[in-house]
Structures are given as structure tokens and as C-alpha cells.
Design a protein around this ligand. Structure first.
Ligand SMILES: Cc1cc2nc3c(=O)[nH]c(=O)nc-3n(C[C@H](O)[C@H](O)[C@H](O)COP(=O)(O)OP(=O)(O)OC[C@H]3O[C@@H](n4cnc5c(N)ncnc54)[C@H](O)[C@@H]3O)c2cc1C
Length: 368
């Protein structure tokens, strides 16, 4: 209710200015982190988000590493439970336990906490508003009932997710995406590890069971169509049956969604006064599919460099954003991409190659 009331206020802020320092397209973790950092630095920021409520509907398995929660410094109101680490279950049944502390969260509350913080620093959120086109320096937004709003911004940040429109404007889009589908199911007993399942049927991907209190997020991301001609829905049904047989979940679907995960190589995402962040920039890990940490981290960098560029009246400063995200993420993303190529090429030898292709094993890091 708190969030509804608060967001209703931001919706009522018409008419908008005609010119902003920074336009952020999308209010996911990448967009909110960008807006927060830029507003803190004193920029006049507008975030345009097509959804009516930030973070809803959720499209995420909702695991985040513990250090992200600490670094955000936004409390733990969005945390559902702590997680000690990950269990990787291989096709032959071998289980590898990795300690990696984290949390499962309510993603919509995490996104909203970041949006609240950005709004507290002065950023304006325009919800139920889709960015639809750009002509020269003028960006066109479309609100409820098709009402159009043209505006100008000194810097434009595309934080608009896997199928980025801003990326299309600058010719930098995600060319390789994997579909994923997830359901919420009741757990038979609480769990304190996330579980990742490799199976010959899940071509180029994996199944997951992420505990979230009394429930679990259970899903599959894989290439589809695939050599086995198994659909994503067919694979998920088989996976749920397995988890039921193993006594882990109750076969009562509480909700479901489908989504896309960028899995391509790192690419250039800075063009003139326009930059891309998070899933729009392909910052998602090509092997694990995780992207919240990168979205927030790169978003902070984007907001910081946008502020520097506006203050210096020099868009060339934005190249520092490209340099900084590459410093932190490029090697990890490049390795993930190389491992993905190998995983898919050698899929018929999955039990032999998996340790070299999955992040829980030393073999994954042994080569460049
Ligand atoms: C099935 C699945 C499970 C996942 N599980 C995890 C996980 O457990 N942990 C993890 O770290 N990552 C996970 N991810 C990845 C994670 O969800 C993304 O990496 C993360 O959401 C990226 O944040 P973002 O802000 O870049 O993009 P998004 O969260 O996609 O936000 C983009 C926003 O832009 C808005 N938008 C798009 N176009 C426009 C437009 N034209 N105008 C206005 N607004 C627009 C969208 O409505 C959206 O709100 C998962 C992904 C999937 C698909």
C-alpha cells in the first residue's frame, strides 16, 4: 500500500519538464541504480517505466548475492530468507556443494526500495509510460491512453531490459537470448541452499529450485527448439515431476512467468550521449543467467559518469563508463560466453564437459 500511494504521487506529476539532464528508460535494478547515483550527484533525472507498478510482474528467480544487499544499504525489507550456497546436481546424480552466501528476495520490493531511494534523492518516476521513439535529440514517451510527450535529455540511458529499444537506436542489441519459464510451488520442507540441475534434456541450460520461505521458484532456461525437440513447457513438467518424486515440492502451481536471458558476448554500449546498462547492455552472465548484481553495479557507474559528463558539458566523458564496466565485468562475461559456446557444441558429452562449463567447479576457471 505504501508503495502504491507513493507511486501514485509520482504519476500525478504532469506536465513534465521539456528538458532533463538524464532520461533513464526502464525502472528495473539497472535503471533505478543509475537514477539514484545521478540524482545524488545533483542531476535532473526522469525515469520512464512502462509498467504501472515498479517491479511488477516479477520475472526473476530472486536470488541475489549477500554482498549486493550489504552494498545497497537499503535495509532488508525485501529479503525472504538467507541462502548458504548452491548445490549443483549433475546428470549422474553427483552433487557439488558450493558455499556462496546470499538471499532470496521479493524482487518487486527490491526494485521498489531502489526506486524509493532514487526518488528521495530527487529523481522523477513516470510510470505507465513507454518510451516509443527518438528523432534527433527529441525522445517521445507515450503515457496512458496513448498520450504522447516529447522531451529532450542531455544523456539517455537504456536500462530497458533484454529487448532494448534504446539499443536499437544505437545499433547495439542482444543478438542471442535464451527463453526461460518459471513456476512458484510450495516446498515440502524449508531449504537453505539453491539447487541447480543439469540434465541432457535441458539443452544449453539448466533447471533450478530456489527456496523462498515456504515456497520455491522452480524453472528452466534452455535453448528451444532443441535437438531433442523438447519444449520448454514439456521440460518444466518433467522437472516438476522429478522434484515431486524426490519429495521436495508440492505439485500446486501458485504462479508462473516466462522471460528472456541475454547470453551473448560483451559488446560496446556507449554511443555519443546514449549508453546501455544491465540486461539491455548484455551484462547478464551468459552461463548462469544472473544479472541483478551486474545491473546494479553497472547502473551506479552509468549514473556517476552521466553526472560527470553533464557537469563537464562533454559527452566524451561517457567513454569512462565503458572503460569502468569492462574493467569489472568483461573478463567474467567473456569467459561465460566461451564456456557457453563449448557447452552447446559438446552437449552430447555433457557429463564429461560440465565441470569445465559450470561456475561451481574449479575446472571452469582453469582456462581463460
Ligand atoms: C527466468 C529468469 C530468472 C532470473 N533469475 C535471476 C536470479 O535469480 N538472480 C539474478 O541476479 N538474476 C536473475 N535473472 C536476471 C535478472 O532478472 C536480470 O538480469 C535483471 O532483471 C536485469 O535488470 P535490468 O534493470 O537490466 O532489466 P529489467 O529488470 O528487465 O528492467 C527493464 C525495465 O525496463 C522497462 N522497459 C522496457 N522497455 C521500455 C520502454 N520502451 N519504455 C519504458 N520502460 C521500458 C521494463 O518494463 C522493465 O521494468 C533472471 C532472469 C530470468 C528471465
Amino acid at each position: 500500500l505504501f508503495h502504491r500511494a507513493r507511486w501514485a504521487v509520482s504519476l500525478a506529476r504532469f506536465p513534465m519538464l521539456l528538458e532533463y539532464d538524464l532520461l533513464v528508460v526502464g525502472a528495473g535494478p539497472a535503471g533505478c541504480a543509475t537514477a539514484l547515483e545521478a540524482a545524488k550527484a545533483g542531476l535532473c533525472v526522469l525515469v520512464a517505466e512502462r509498467k504501472s507498478t515498479v517491479g511488477v510482474p516479477v520475472r526473476c528467480a530472486e536470488y541475489v548475492p549477500a554482498n549486493l544487499v550489504g552494498e545497497l544499504g537499503l535495509g532488508r525489507g525485501f529479503v525472504v530468507q538467507p541462502v548458504k550456497g548452491m548445490k549443483t546436481i549433475l546428470p549422474g546424480g553427483e552433487v557439488k556443494k558450493t558455499l556462496s552466501p546470499g538471499f532470496t528476495v521479493r524482487r518487486e520490493l527490491l526494485d521498489q526500495a531502489m526506486a524509493d531511494a532514487a526518488q528521495d534523492c530527487g529523481a522523477t518516476f513516470q510510470l505507465a509510460t513507454r518510451v516509443v521513439s527518438r528523432e534527433g535529440q527529441t525522445v517521445k514517451l507515450q503515457g496512458r491512453g496513448g498520450r504522447e510527450m516529447p522531451l529532450k535529455a542531455k544523456v539517455v540511458v537504456g536500462a530497458d531490459g533484454p529487448h532494448t529499444l534504446v539499443g536499437r537506436w544505437v545499433g547495439s542489441v542482444n543478438r542471442d537470448l535464451i527463453p526461460a519459464i518459471q513456476v512458484r510451488l510450495p516446498l515440502r520442507q524449508p531449504l537453505d541452499f539453491t539447487e541447480v540441475y543439469f540434465d541432457e534434456a535441458f539443452f544449453g541450460g539448466y533447471g533450478w529450485l530456489f527456496p523462498k520461505g515456504e515456497e520455491a521458484n522452480v524453472g528452466i532456461g534452455m535453448r528451444s527448439p532443441n535437438p531433442q525437440r523438447l519444449s520448454l513447457v514439456g521440460a518444466l513438467k518433467g522437472f516438476i515431476e522429478r522434484l515431486c518424486r524426490e519429495g521436495k515440492v508440492v505439485p500446486r502451481v501458485l504462479g508462473w512467468f516466462a522471460g528472456w536471458i541475454p547470453v551473448g558476448p560483451p559488446r560496446r554500449v556507449t554511443f555519443g550521449n546514449t549508453i546501455l546498462v544491465g540486461d539491455a547492455a548484455g551484462h547478464t552472465h551468459p552461463i548462469t543467467g544472473a544479472g541483478v548484481f551486474q545491473a546494479v553495479t553497472a547502473g551506479r557507474m552509468a549514473g556517476k559518469w552521466a553526472a560527470e559528463a553533464v557537469k563537464a558539458k562533454d559527452m566524451g566523458v561517457l567513454s569512462q563508463y565503458e572503460a569502468e564496466w569492462r574493467d569489472l565485468l568483461e573478463e567474467t562475461l567473456e569467459r561465460g560466453y566461451m564456456r557457453r559456446l563449448e557447452l552447446e557444441k559438446e552437449w552430447d558429452r555433457l557429463p564429461e564437459i560440465i565441470k569445465g562449463c559450470w561456475v561451481a567447479f574449479r575446472e571452469y576457471y582453469a582456462r581463460t
